[in-house]
Design a protein around this ligand. Structure first.
Ligand code: GDG
Length: 462
């Protein structure tokens, strides 16, 4: 088995299994099997880090976790700037929130070069390299420029935008062409891959035969690899004895039904619209007053970016409005917390929720929707209300699928969810769980690595 080299913006702490998300679980698993290296930013920012960028290596099991510090300027331009104020909003179809600065793009390219400079000398000829996400699109080009001939795969965790939106990005073709330097480029869903193919054809006049691109003297294959969760682990967590936090929550509900949402605090997740729908629901159905509680868990992220401070304010205000209007001395319809909850406890909370409300405006996949399903009690499962614009909507057909922009439609789905009889809940839940058992995060990793190491890509048509 060849050695695997994973590269992502951040590298999780070695051995920390319980706070990490899907990407960490999958990559760690793959690395521990084959032995390997995981390279990324340490998250630390310090002056002078660019003079001689040094990498710190921690060995855990048979994996080297290699982290690099960045200067304040590099972190600002690469991470806050180009990755999160240009690419993230644009790829989530929010051009109004997108800010382009040539300076940021230069910073983005510079940090990719730093990663390439550190990685190239570590490589052995038969290593395979797996690069993750929009922060690192140019990395293969930088490695190829240094003579690296190894197989390099790229997986995009977020959507690829419609061609006319991608074309808003200044120098868009310069960015897109980098992807052809990978041997395999993976997308979460077929529509995202199709967007990329349409862009190549329309804007760059590049011919794509099926999933093969032959251009600029290189061959690159495309494929669809929907990411998933560690289904068994979630089932195991959900069935374990309840943590004290889960018990506290249940006691505090006093028999009311729970509608639960869990998201990183991000404007792509549709949180204010969701809270507005809860307000409208209470307005239309007064019989539900004091009968349920909506809990929104939303740990803050990317705090240095103004749009993220703004979304926090917006969500807090929306929750305040609904609570002010409909709450009572002993009941607040919406609870909003920014605290992060441990994964095992999260599984208990999912299981305690009669309804899981997952309504992003646009989402590459959305692991929360899968975690919610996996955590349910098979004899009395809850109902998933899921945005049709989450990548997972293509797999979780038993969910009540909604358009998150259509507040009345979400209200209707909430009512249906609260009133759904047990037999229908079970009938919707069972095929979804079966699917998640078959297509878990280990299968995702295995499919991608197999496609990268073998010559025929098996593109799933999810
Ligand atoms: C990107 C793409 C794609 C959240 N709050 C807590 C917590 N979480 C965990 C969830 C879940 C993960 O974070 C979030 O994953 P999502 O997939 O829902 O969303 P993004 O963070 O935007 O992820 C997305 C994903 O990459 C993978 O490819 O699905 O489309 O945007 O695992 O459980 N975990 C803990 N406490 C919290 O409070 N422990």
């Amino acid at each position: 088995m060849p050695r695997l080299i994973a590269v992502s913006n951040r590298v999780p702490k070695p051995g920390d299994r319980y706070t990490s998300g899907g990407l960490s679980v999958a990559v760690r698993d793959a690395l521990e099997k084959s032995g390997g290296v995981w390279l990324g930013w340490s998250g630390a920012v310090r002056e002078g880090a660019d003079v001689e960028p040094t990498a710190e290596t921690t060995r855990w099991r048979n994996v080297d976790y290699v982290t690099v510090d960045l200067t304040p300027r590099d972190a600002e331009e690469y991470y806050n700037g180009f990755a999160n104020r240009a690419l993230w909003p644009l790829f989530h179809h929010r051009p109004g929130l997108t800010e382009f600065a040539r300076r940021d793009m230069a910073g983005y390219n510079r940090v990719n070069q730093i990663f390439a400079r550190i990685l190239a000398p570590m490589l052995r000829p038969d290593d395979i390299i797996w690069v993750h996400d929009y922060h690192l699109i140019p990395l293969a080009s930088d490695l190829r420029a240094r003579g690296v001939k190894n197989r390099i795969g790229f997986f995009l965790h977020i959507p690829w935008p419609a061609p006319e939106l991608f074309a808003i990005l200044p120098n868009h073709s310069r960015l897109a062409v980098n992807l052809i330097n990978y041997d395999l480029v993976g997308f979460q869903t077929k529509p995202f891959m199709d967007n990329f193919i349409a862009y190549l054809k329309e804007e760059m006049n590049i011919n794509v035969e099926g999933c093969m691109i032959d251009a600029f003297g290189r061959s690159c294959r495309l494929g669809v690899f929907p990411i998933s969760i560690d289904t068994k682990e979630f089932i195991h967590f959900a069935e374990a004895p309840k943590s004290s936090i889960a018990r506290r929550l249940e006691a505090s509900l006093q028999g009311r039904a729970l509608a639960l949402s869990v998201d990183r605090l991000d404007y792509s997740k549709g949180i204010p619209q969701r809270i507005e729908a809860i307000g409208r629901f209470l307005e239309l159905y007064p019989q539900y007053h004091n009968r349920f509680t909506a809990l929104q868990i939303a740990p803050t992220t990317r705090e240095a970016i103004p749009e993220y401070a703004e979304i926090n304010r917006e969500v807090a205000e929306a929750a305040g409005r609904v609570n002010g209007k409909f709450g009572d001395i002993d009941w607040a319809p919406v609870r909003y917390i920014n605290k992060s909850i441990g994964r095992a406890t999260l599984a208990h909370l999912y299981r305690a929720a009669r309804v899981g409300v997952v309504t992003p405006l646009r989402d590459g996949m959305n692991l929360v929707s899968k975690e919610y399903v996996a955590s349910q009690d098979p004899r009395d499962p809850g109902v998933l209300v899921l945005s049709r614009f989450a990548g997972s909507a293509r797999e979780l057909r038993g969910a009540l699928q909604v358009n998150p922009y259509d507040i009345d439609g979400v209200v209707h789905a909430l009512r249906t969810a609260f009133e759904m009889p047990r037999e229908e809940r079970i009938a919707r839940f069972e095929p979804m769980l079966q699917h998640l058992r078959a297509f878990d995060v280990h299968k995702w990793r295995q499919d991608f690595i197999e496609a990268l190491t073998q010559d025929n890509v098996l593109a799933m048509s999810a």
